[in-house]
Design a protein around this ligand. Structure first.
Ligand code: FAD
Ligand code: FES
Ligand code: FES
Length: 1342
């Protein structure tokens, strides 16, 4: 039906009215397609609220929505994801964005202030969302504890900080902190006084805690902005019948149930919309169209919950968090009656994030009928009853039983059925009910398998049973045969064995099942039933004839408990200050921190819209390897508002080439596409909506080409390697070693691909002025972008300027890949002579931008009786993707880091870059080192297991010492490796805890602990001479203020802050007088990419150079009035016509390494460290928790210990994701299946180690870098391998208990699936033979 044909009642309100930050917004022509996020950013220019994913999975867009609840006379505040909130749903509500709580011009809100001062922001892109989640919590609850905070932040992600400082900042709002904190004057109310556990970080042990908490302004809830009185006084907002007619969609909010039924009858394609957490995703990503949206938020029957004699009735439009609240407050906590509600509340803890639960409904979950729904198995297991209404058929009750879900996303409901409420029953004394969920990540993740079990007993035997599962087929299923078999059974081992057999044969999955992991999923069903078995057994004391079970089994039935994390940071503040204003060595906050928390920090897409601006979208290949037959953009070009279609036809062949090292990529692919990341063309239109719509109308036809190579194994089979492979490095005589050695082991390791998942997706903006071009983008290599654009457009580089103010996270992912978008945007702006903007959607970004290289490393090692390594051979293969990108540089780092920290006297390395048909893999923190260091660590552990010795013994025997030569013949001078290692062992009380771990494992069968140490050594340099240079520009204005520009970009790593600190020391000037605005290629030309952890070293020296030039010029004025001030000297110099501009330059000492002769110096110096991690795993599910991590790093004399500790923690958590959780999924035909936070999981708040201690090695100055400091960005990442090896340790214990060999290969990441399947036991063994292969696997490991 046409939108225009829809009748609008005479009294209907058609104007949308709501409040934003206290100001009334009146929108006379609201479009139901608009999200609140879009409206805030693009219509109201409130850019503090960020776009990170558009699918409710990152929390960057969090805002507060407040509503006056007239019946209760109270104001309700909730945090919502603006990206999933239709703006039409805001009628009569008040929205508060980060700008609305305070600004840097006023006094920041305590939430903002504490986060900034506690170093809780790095790139700052996630920060406004995190601020808002916390702000809403404090608006709702004055007395909070850690678990409130944990829940409030479940829907927020941060990729930079590693979460610890955020948690520390917000803990200061907690009751415990307020009660027990001892301020600097010694005031405190805890009986323990200074010894109170809350003060462990700030008293004796750690006087330099980050931050000093006494600086916080108190939180005063009376100072919050008031709710708009207009909304409170006028009933009219909440009571009016709304009809908002847009171009393609109409939004109707009826007042009564009868109206809704009638509407649904008249317009059967009308869609009820509640939280929009399914519909929003379907419209955006599945391109589904719903022309009529019916909002039931004002219909009384659908918005209440009530307790009845039989159970509770939940209104269909009630949000999940309101259901949770209702259960908690209205029920009497009667353990026997409320087992189903306990299961629902438990499940809701793991259901999505807080923002989603604030709006999503139970009924939305039911009707969507997703096979991995978390709540539907519970509703089926308890036979919940739906009250269903329709205009023509009236009221009926429908039971959610085994037949309710009739197929993939399909139920027994008719098209115009409306669910008004759901009835959920109470349990009785002999009725046991429990639900379980297993997902990749504990918080905010969809399930792999969900199970809900219900059993009733009569006379000691099971009388009724429902065993329901999600994730075991196209719909929620009930294992009916097993339920039937269970009836009449006693709850004993025989029953358990019967159920194991029965569930194994009844639940069927084959290897091609969507979602993959067939064997794991099936084994989970058995494991979860086993947990239920133990749970019921422990409660069966209430059933005659059953005895309680022992503690040993009890523990097995429980999930791993989450506890409040604690942490410490140890570092020295140097006393060698040169002047009072000297800030070098001090833990000062990031210079943009206040702007981050206030939402004022400007990123690429925050640049205000300009008149006539156009929007560009890319056309990506839909094939992985194919010949392009035809490209037809005529339908797209006929859409009103489309200005241009760009393709290879617009560039000659030479101009169409690009690439960071070799030009093997095309701006627009012409004849053949080599992966689905290849850009075929671009549509440029007047608006984003038009461009995106038109893009879908471009038709490209292909002839597929075989083979399509996706995995490393495919590439090896086809010998598909990039030219130049293998890169070889050889030292000593390996043949001789292998023929004369007594002990030789051969093995391999495999690592997967990791997505950068920076919170800000790739974006670009370009403006042409005369024949000049200005490009603003979020590249780590702006000079590179300007160079490529100048080549492509054949204009000299001096007419192309690229600027980067700041980047919302890069991690290497924006070093070279931004060109894919920035170059087309620049071409379009130049050709059309209009400003052009483009921002990749998260799914596009993940499809285009490439990942960390997956590696396969085969090794053969020879060693002596005592474990001394005499030689090793490594064949390493990395998956480079379809083009070379930076792989040839990366492989050099891999080859030179294969030793990690061990002396290998005879060695041969052959390294192959595999050419495949997946997106080109690229730089990622560590640049090919973590993967190969992982091989070295595995090798050392293999030797230890083989010789029946400890890993520590073999590691120490082979560990490098001072002046040892690496396998590339570089001498290790000032080597602090063993200091880091020993200090880590000591501070972590490693040996004691190892004994305790063994003791725990001896007494526990299904929970196991592991503890592991890992050392690291990371070479600092670009490995290329030309890149080891840097420039800086220093401008001093005659008011004394200083503007500094460097060739590096700020992406959260604190580069600008450190450079300001350096300039402040050199100029003897307060940091507040020095500013860095942005990186711009017209200020500092020819800069190297900001990468390789080395920018502070290079730019620090360039800044010192510029400052010294200026100091010399100012010296005469300073000498004249030595007691004067900086401003006076500057003014005097100015009046004397002295040049107050200085350029600084630095070229590092020459890298003279020659691969052919394996000689010369490759690295400037090395950053060393060691870590110890302890984990607990659940052998039945594969779940794990890091109990404690201790890190010791040698960072020389840190320029800013707070920033450096932030880098260590952030890198560690990113490494933790790489080694345990993050898994990019590819289809066998090369399609990227992980397209957003819904399918790709980075660590969340609850994944941080429960105890996290970081210390910087003291008394270890580094003579080779600025102020004796050391590079930090990449080196700590590998330390997270300690978690991997601790997990492996725990699995080995489980295997020993099961009578299986403790020697096994475990690929990284150690996902829950891999952990569970490696803990081989009777459940996994029972399941494995039943998994049949039919057709292609759903996914492959690239
Ligand atoms: C980031 C994110 C995380 C998520 N995590 C989880 C998770 O952990 N577990 C999980 O199970 N799901 C999860 N989901 C899915 C989703 O949140 C749930 O399915 C939610 O319950 C849907 O409710 P809603 O109100 O938002 O539905 P909507 O999107 O508003 O509607 C969904 C469907 O229900 C229909 N509908 C709604 N009300 C009625 C009614 N009264 N009568 C008839 N039809 C009706 C709508 O027409 C539509 O077809 C997640 C979604 C997102 C975006
Ligand atoms: S942008 Fe809204 S949750 Fe990610
Ligand atoms: S600071 Fe959180 S994503 Fe960068």
């Amino acid at each position: 039906m046409e939108v225009s044909a829809i009748e609008v009642p005479e009294d209907a309100e058609t104007v949308l009215m709501f409040y934003v930050n206290g100001k009334k917004v009146v929108e006379s022509k609201p479009e139901p397609e608009w999200t609140l996020l879009w409206y805030l950013r693009k219509k109201l220019y409130l850019t503090g609220t960020k776009y990170g994913c558009g699918e409710g999975g990152c929390g960057a867009c969090t805002v507060m929505v407040s509503q006056y609840l007239r019946a209760e006379d109270r104001i309700k505040h909730i945090a919502v994801n603006a990206c999933l909130t239709p703006v039409c749903a805001m009628h009569g509500l008040a929205v508060t964005t980060v700008e609305g709580i305070s600004t840097t011009q006023d006094r920041l809100h305590p939430v903002q202030e504490r986060l900034a001062k506690a170093h809780g922001s790095q790139c700052g892109f996630c920060t406004p969302g995190i601020v808002m989640s916390m702000y809403v919590l404090l608006r709702n609850k004055e007395r909070i504890n850690y678990f409130d905070m944990d829940k409030a932040l479940q829907g927020n992600l941060c990729r930079c900080t590693g979460y610890r400082p955020i948690i520390e900042a917000f803990k200061t709002f907690g009751e415990a902190w307020k009660r027990n904190y001892v301020d600097e004057k010694g005031n405190n109310s805890c009986a323990m006084g200074e010894d109170c556990c809350q003060n462990k970080n700030i008293s004796e042990n750690n006087k330099n805690a980050v931050p000093n908490k006494s600086i916080f302004v108190p939180n005063d809830s009376s100072q919050e902005p008031i709710f708009p009185p207009d909304l409170k006084l006028n009933k009219y907002y909440s009571e009016s019948y709304l009809t908002f007619k847009g171009k393609n969609i109409v939004w109707i909010r009826p007042r009564k149930l009868e109206d809704l039924l009638l509407l649904k009858y008249k317009y059967p394609n009308g869609k009820i919309i509640v939280g929009n957490t399914e519909i929003g995703v379907e419209m955006k990503f599945k391109k589904m169209k719903f022309p009529i949206l019916l909002s039931p938020t004002m219909i009384p029957e659908m918005n209440i919950c009530s307790v009845t004699h039989e159970g509770i009735t939940i209104g269909a439009a009630v949000s999940l968090n309101d259901i949770h609240c209702f259960i908690n407050t209205q029920l009497g906590h009667d353990n026997t009656k409320e087992r189903i509600f306990d299961a629902i509340v438990d499940m809701l803890n793991w259901f999505a994030g807080n923002q989603v639960r604030n709006v999503a409904s139970l009924v939305g979950n039911i009707v969507t009928a997703s096979p991995i729904s978390d709540l539907n198995p519970i509703l089926m297991a308890c036979s919940a009853v739906l009250n269903v209404y329709s205009f023509d058929r009236g009221h009926k009750k429908l039971i959610i039983d085994k037949d309710f879900f009739v197929g993939y996303r399909n139920t027994l409901l008719n098209d115009n059925d409306i669910i008004v409420s759901v009835e959920i029953p109470f349990t009785s004394n002999h009725h046991f009910f429990k639900a379980y969920k297993q997902s990749r990540r504990r918080d905010d993740d969809i399930s792999i398998v969900t199970a809900a079990f219900s059993v009733k007993f009569v006379n000691e035997v099971v009388s009724e049973a429902m065993l329901c599962f999600g994730g075991m087929g196209p719909a929620t299923v009930c294992a009916t045969n097993s339920c039937y078999s269970l009836k009449g059974c006693c709850w004993d081992k025989n029953m358990l064995n019967l159920m194991m057999d029965s569930l194994t044969s009844e639940l069927k999955l084959d290897t091609s099942v969507p979602g993959g992991m067939a064997a794991y999923r099936k084994s989970l069903c058995l494991s979860l039933f086993y947990k239920f078995y133990l749970h019921v057994l422990s409660n069966l004391t209430s059933v005659d004839g059953y005895n309680p079970i022992n503690d040993y089994d009890q523990l097995s039935s429980k999930n791993i408990l989450i506890s409040e994390p604690k942490s410490s940071q140890y570092f020295d503040i140097k006393n060698n200050v040169i002047n009072i204003s000297d800030s070098v060595g001090k833990p000062i906050p990031h210079v943009s921190a206040m702007k981050h928390v206030a939402g004022e920090a400007i990123y690429c897409d925050d640049i205000p819209h300009t008149e006539g601006e156009l929007y560009l979208t890319l056309i990506l290949s839909t094939e992985s390897h194919a010949r392009i037959k035809s490209i037809d953009a005529s339908r797209a070009l006929s859409v009103s508002g489309v200005e241009m279609f760009l393709s290879s036809a617009d560039l000659d062949d030479e101009c169409n080439k690009m690439g960071p090292l070799i030009k093997d990529e095309q701006v627009f692919y012409k004849d053949i596409v080599f992966s689905r990341s290849c850009v075929i063309g671009a549509v440029i239109a007047k608006s984003e909506t038009t461009a995106r719509k038109a893009k879908d109308l471009v038709s490209v036809t292909y002839d597929r080409i075989q083979p399509v190579i996706v995995t490393l194994e495919d590439a090896i089979m086809h010998k598909s390697f990039f030219p130049g492979s293998p890169t070889r490095l050889k030292k000593g005589d390996l043949q001789d070693v292998f023929s004369n050695s007594l002990h030789i082991i051969e093995s391999h390791v495999r690592t997967g691909s990791q997505e950068h998942f920076y919170l800000e997706t790739i974006s670009a903006y370009a403006v042409r002025r005369e024949d000049e071009l200005e490009i603003i983008c979020n590249s780590q290599a702006p000079a590179e972008i300007a160079r490529i654009v100048s080549e492509v457009l054949r204009i000299p580089n001096h007419k192309v300027v690229c600027k980067v103010k700041r980047i919302g996270g890069g991690f290497g992912g924006k070093e070279s890949r931004v060109m894919t978008l920035a170059v087309p945007v620049a071409i379009a702006a130049y050709k059309l002579n209009k400003p052009v903007r483009a921002v990749l959607d998260r799914d596009e970004d993940m499809q285009i931008s490439g990942n960390r290289h997956p590696f396969l490393i085969k090794y053969k090692v020879a060693f002596s009786d005592d474990g001394k390594i005499v030689g090793a051979a490594f064949d390493m293969y990395c998956n480079g993707g379809h083009s070379m990108d930076l792989s040839s540089a990366l492989i050099l780092r891999s080859v030179t880091h294969i030793d990690n920290c061990y002396f290998i006297p005879n060695i041969e390395v052959n390294a192959y870059i595999c050419k495949t048909n997946i997106p080109s893999n690229t730089a990622f923190r560590g640049f090919g080192a973590p993967q190969v260091m992982f091989a070295a660590e595995s090798m050392i552990r293999d030797v230890a297991v083989y010789l029946n010795k400890t890993y520590e013994e073999i590691a120490m025997l082979n560990m490098y010492g001072e002046s040892d030569m690496t396998h590339y013949n570089q001498s290790l001078n000032y080597c602090t490796l063993s200091r880091c290692w020993n200090e880590c062992i000591q501070t972590s009380t490693y040996w004691k805890r190892k004994i305790e771990t063994n003791e725990f494992n001896r007494t526990n069968r299904w929970k196991k602990k592991g503890i592991a140490l890992v050392p690291t050594k990371y070479g600092i340099s670009f490995q290329s001479d030309v890149l080891m240079q840097a420039g800086a520009l220093l401008l001093v204005y005659n008011d004394g203020s200083v503007l500094l520009t460097i060739g590096g970009v700020e992406m959260g790593q604190g580069l600008f802050t450190k450079m300001i600190q350096v300039a402040s020391r050199e100029l003897e000037l307060d940091i507040n007088k020095i500013h860095i605005s942005e990186m711009s290629t017209d200020k500092v030309p020819n800069s190297s990419p900001t990468a390789g952890s080395i920018s502070s070293d290079l730019y620090g020296m360039a800044v010192i150079d510029a400052c010294s030039i200026l100091k010399v010029r100012l010296e005469p004025y300073k000498s004249k009035t030595p007691n004067g001030k900086w401003e006076d000297w500057v003014m005097a110099a100015y009046l004397d016509r002295v040049n107050l501009t200085a350029t600084g330059y630095y070229a590092a000492s020459k890298i003279d390494f020659d691969f052919n002769t394996n000689s010369g110096n490759l690295y400037e110096y090395f950053t060393y460290g060691a870590a110890c991690s302890e984990v607990i795993i659940d052998c039945l599910t594969g779940d794990h928790q890091v109990l404690r991590s201790d890190i010791v790093m040698d960072l020389g004399e840190s320029i800013n210990p707070a920033i450096d500790i932030g880098q260590i923690e952030g890198a560690f958590m990113q490494g933790y994701g790489f080694f345990t959780m993050e898994e990019m999924l590819f289809s066998p035909t090369g399609e990227v299946l992980s397209k957003g936070p819904g399918t790709y999981k980075i660590p969340g708040f609850s994944d941080i180690p429960k105890e996290f201690n970081v210390s910087l090695l003291k008394g270890a100055p580094n003579p080779r870098a600025v102020y004796s400091s050391k590079a930090v960005g990449e080196p700590p990442l590998f330390l997270a391998a300690s978690v991997f090896f601790a997990i492996k340790d725990a699995i080995a214990s489980a295997r020993t208990d099961a009578g299986v060999s403790p020697e096994f290969v475990l690929d990284a990441p150690a996902t829950c699936s891999r952990i569970r399947m490696a803990c081989e036991d009777r459940f996994t063994e029972q399941v494995k033979p039943t998994i049949k292969g039919s057709g292609e696997q759903w996914n492959v490991v690239a």
